[in-house]
Design a protein around this ligand. Structure first.
Ligand SMILES: Nc1ncnc2c1ncn2[C@@H]1O[C@H](COP(=O)(O)OP(=O)(O)OP(=O)(O)O)[C@@H](O)[C@H]1O
Length: 269
């Protein structure tokens, strides 16, 4: 079943006017259209400045498009009723790159993770404690970590807490915008494996936004390639691609060993 429809999205930002000159509009997204099925993992890749994060913010309802519409479970994000908005806020979650800045440093991990339940459920204190323990377990963190403050956690642990918070209300879709980019390679691999397991267990859909084609291809069922605010190619399971923008991203993947350089053009995905 279709979970998300993104239709003809355009975004223009007003440029600051110079003296005696009228401000102009810069197009950042042009006619972006795609859909996402329930339980699907869609990668969105592109070079820096191609418009990935702007698209992510529009899908999350954080920013309004200049034209076009986003339908989540058939409901238009931008003219939803309050009841529908509340439903969408549960089902559509996000994990961003800079995990530390998305926390209130004065809250403990327990307080951070119980917040969605305080806002959306009528759980008792002991039910919230139980739920927070479940969430920490889900992202493979010790339950004793609940007493800590974000500054006492490593970057990888902080990102696990972010994922746990996104999972709290059993969402249908998580938008992950450069969610693992700031982590080292080993941690990236662990988090990708964790995301894969969670996706299978909880039948989640992901939109995985990244400039890193290598990480994206591990997680995604298909990949959309962006360039200059447009979707220029869709790469399916067979990994076939034609567009120069895809080629450029592929060329940017560093081979693990010099010997592999010669084999690099033989496979993808
Ligand atoms: N609030 C804004 N006002 C004006 N221009 C903006 C704004 N936000 C983004 N832009 C511009 O839109 C373009 C796309 O930015 P965006 O952050 O979406 O790209 P990106 O592909 O996510 O890049 P990166 O991988 O570096 O994060 C850039 O040229 C950026 O300068």
């Amino acid at each position: 079943m279709t979970l998300l429809e993104v239709k003809n999205i355009e975004k223009h930002y007003a440029q600051r006017p110079f003296i005696f000159k009228r401000g102009q509009e810069t197009p950042v997204l042009q006619k972006v259209t795609f859909s996402l099925q329930e339980g699907e993992c869609l990668g969105i890749v592109g070079q820096s400045g191609s418009g990935k994060s702007t698209l992510g913010r529009i899908i999350l309802g954080i920013e309004r498009p200049t034209n076009g519409e986003v339908l989540f479970q058939g409901i238009n994000l931008y003219n939803a009723t309050n009841k529908h908005k509340k439903m969408i806020r549960r089902d559509l979650q996000a994990v961003f790159q800079n995990s530390y800045h998305s926390f209130n440093p004065e809250q403990t991990i327990f307080e951070i993770l119980e917040e969605p339940f305080l806002n959306f459920e009528h759980f008792s204190k002991s039910e919230r404690q139980h739920k927070v323990r479940e969430l920490l377990d889900c992202v493979e963190l010790e339950s004793t970590m609940a007493q800590n403050y974000p500054s006492q956690l490593s970057g990888g642990q902080q990102q696990r807490v972010n994922i746990a918070r996104a999972l709290a209300l059993n969402p249908k879709l998580i938008v992950l915008d450069e969610a693992i980019s700031s982590l080292d390679m080993i941690l990236q691999k662990h988090i990708i494996q964790l995301l894969q397991t969670l996706q299978k267990d909880l039948q989640l859909a992901y939109i995985f936004i990244s400039h890193d084609l290598q990480a994206t291809r591990f997680l995604s069922d298909r990949i959309l390639v962006m360039q200059h605010g447009q979707l220029v190619e869709e790469i399916g399971k067979d990994g076939a691609y034609q567009h120069p923008a895809s080629q450029e991203l592929y060329n940017a993947i560093l081979p693990l060993h010099p010997r592999e350089r010669n084999n690099k053009n033989k496979g993808f995905l």
